[in-house]
Design a protein around this ligand. Structure first.
Ligand code: BGC
Length: 248
């Protein structure tokens, strides 16, 4: 089935039409900056603009950058506290008329990697880490998702959440070199290794394009692979999720 996948991020909202049978994009990716402040009203207007841009009439899969349980936002993440307890799928449906299937962005990025990408047929615990405005984490055991695992919210030694220290936005904000940033990220991976003993880490988000340049700085003794779909993993996973849940 062809489905529109939308990935709502802390800085950009990206979308494309996806063939859910093979995970291929059937359109160019379109990006609109995330409104500031990212309130339910302003974000749902951009979602509608996106639907109109693709002139899309069918169901839509959507990545959301915080904890989502049954379509309801449970944490403000890097958006706004007005989102807490908002039924996101219902809100977007009201704005655009389409059926929406919404879940956490890293969980959905993981879906595409487990189904068609770097995590296909990998046994044991696979952790997909998305590196962007925040640090997202999707955890899978024998290809089955354990939802809403929030590894970016682990506390760093200075008492702040660790994503503030090693996300891609931290790298840009503090003007870190790739190796400086990679050392911080490696500290995080080593900590997650102690907590979870994964069989594989898959790294997604925009910075995964630079994987070949930073892998040499990672010391963690767990295999690490770049996401096959790089920054499109969320869009593709969102479409797969909608396909799975849409009653045809
Ligand atoms: C949120 C996660 C999200 C990640 C990436 C974090 O701030 O807590 O739920 O997956 O950002 O967007």
């Amino acid at each position: 089935m062809n489905i529109l996948g939308i990935d709502i991020g802390g800085t950009g909202i990206k979308a494309a039409i996806v063939n859910t049978k093979n995970g291929k994009l059937l359109s160019e990716r379109h990006r609109i900056p995330t409104p500031k402040p990212a309130l339910p009203k302003s974000v749902s207007k951009v979602v509608k603009e996106m639907v109109n841009y693709f002139d899309w009439k069918g169901p839509i899969g959507c990545c959301f950058p915080t904890i989502v349980v049954d379509g309801v936002c449970k944490h403000q993440g890097n958006l706004h506290s007005d989102w807490i307890n908002v039924k996101i799928d219902k809100l977007f449906k009201k704005e655009s008329g389409n059926s929406f299937f919404v879940s956490n962005d890293a969980d959905l990025a993981g879906y595409s990697e487990i189904k068609f990408g770097a995590g296909k047929n990998v046994k044991g615990k696979v952790i997909v880490i998305t590196i962007g405005t925040g640090i997202g984490s999707g955890m899978f055991y024998n290809s089955k998702l354990i939802p809403n695992v929030e590894l970016g919210r682990i506390l760093h030694t200075n008492g702040e959440i660790i994503e503030l220290h090693c996300s891609d936005s931290a790298r840009k904000k503090e003007d870190l070199s790739l190796s400086e940033w990679a050392k911080r990220f490696d500290f995080f991976l080593n900590y997650v290794k102690v907590l979870h003993t994964p069989s594989l880490f898959i790294l997604g988000g925009g910075i995964s394009k630079k994987f070949d340049k930073f892998i040499e700085h990672l010391t963690v003794e767990v295999p690490v692979k770049p996401a096959k779909f790089q920054n499109n993993a969320g869009i593709i996973g969102a479409a797969i999720f909608a396909d799975k849940n849409y009653k045809k």
